[in-house]
Design a protein around this ligand. Structure first.
Ligand code: SAM
Length: 289
């Protein structure tokens, strides 16, 4: 049974969240996701685009830098990053902010790439990659100063549980910093159907996340609306896939590339409805919940 705060879009009905989780792991471990790194680089999320941006990575790093600023990450800050992709953000936080980062993921092939790409990186001695599901973190209570999760809670079938885990592992007075795709407004039936189709297990709104953070034990929650960046980001990613089609097909397959292009075309369509947004939220762990 999946529990959630009345989200603005219904979560996909499934009595087996673990099956969905296994599907997500398969997706991120698949050759096509290795191929997608040719487009994303090491930042697997939308970005803040400048007019002259030709690829998404620099833009995505600007979003990461902004979240780090909101979370006030400085030298020595102990960060737990969940759903770390291939470690781009962990490397940024260690090298640019001087943080110490435990970066976790359930996709083992991404963890392997993260390790490889970090070997010679600046600040590598302050980064550790580990397997962990954000619904059940293998860490002691109050063991981190910052919990960080970028553009990955949308894959959770039990977001309340994931946020409760965040609150458990962050020390009182510590920080949660997240960004994610969100639903904006009340989509008309066609837009709602499109969003539900592409975003299983269902998107939350920024307000759902704010309430979720509050319920988990966070206060002084600040929300930033990054929605205007979503469509240009997805358009740039879609163009990147089309431009690198042959290279991607050599890593995965022509059929995989075709399917991925169709998926990103749908994300662009969803963004054009005005009901697909992007939000960052930062909050402080209450002394007691
Ligand atoms: C869109 S990528 C974002 C990666 C990274 N945060 C970034 O921004 O570059 C989503 C990530 O979520 C991870 N993920 C999905 N469900 C997870 C879970 N239950 N626990 C930990 N990681 C998960 C996937 O393996 C993937 O690395």
């Amino acid at each position: 049974m999946i529990r959630h705060l009345s989200p603005s879009l219904p979560m996909t009905e499934t009595s087996h969240p673990e099956d969905f989780q296994a599907e997500i792991t398969r997706r991120y471990d698949a050759p096509m996701y290795r191929a997608m790194l040719e487009v994303y680089g090491d930042q697997i999320h939308p970005g803040f685009l400048n007019n002259d941006d030709r690829d998404i990575r620099e833009a995505a790093l600007r979003a990461t830098a902004r979240l780090a600023e909101l979370a006030r990450i400085t030298a020595g800050t102990r960060v737990l990053e969940t759903a770390c992709g291939v470690g781009g953000t962990a490397r940024f936080l260690a090298a640019e902010c001087g943080a110490t980062v435990v970066a976790t993921n359930i996709a083992r092939s991404q963890l392997a790439i993260a390790g490889e790409w970090t070997r010679d990186a600046r600040g590598a001695d302050r980064i550790r990659f580990e397997y962990a599901d954000y619904h059940a973190l293998p860490y002691a209570d109050a063991s981190f100063e910052v919990y960080w999760c970028q553009d990955s809670l949308l894959f959770s079938t039990e977001r309340g549980r994931a946020l409760a885990e965040a609150a458990r592992v962050v020390r009182p007075g510590g920080t949660i910093a997240i960004s994610d795709l969100v639903v904006v407004g009340t989509p008309a039936p066609a837009a709602a159907a499109l969003l539900t189709a592409i975003s299983a297990p269902g998107l939350w709104s920024a307000e759902d996340y704010r309430q979720g953070l509050e319920a988990a034990g966070f206060e002084a929650i600040v929300t930033e609306d990054w929605s205007r960046h979503v469509l240009p980001s997805f358009e740039l990613i879609e163009a990147g896939i089309a431009a690198k089609r042959a290279r991607l097909a050599a890593i995965a397959s022509e059929a995989d590339v075709e399917e991925t292009l169709e998926r990103y075309a749908l994300w662009c369509r969803a963004a054009r409805t005005g009901n697909l947004g992007w939000a960052a939220l930062v909050g402080t762990r209450r002394a007691q919940s």
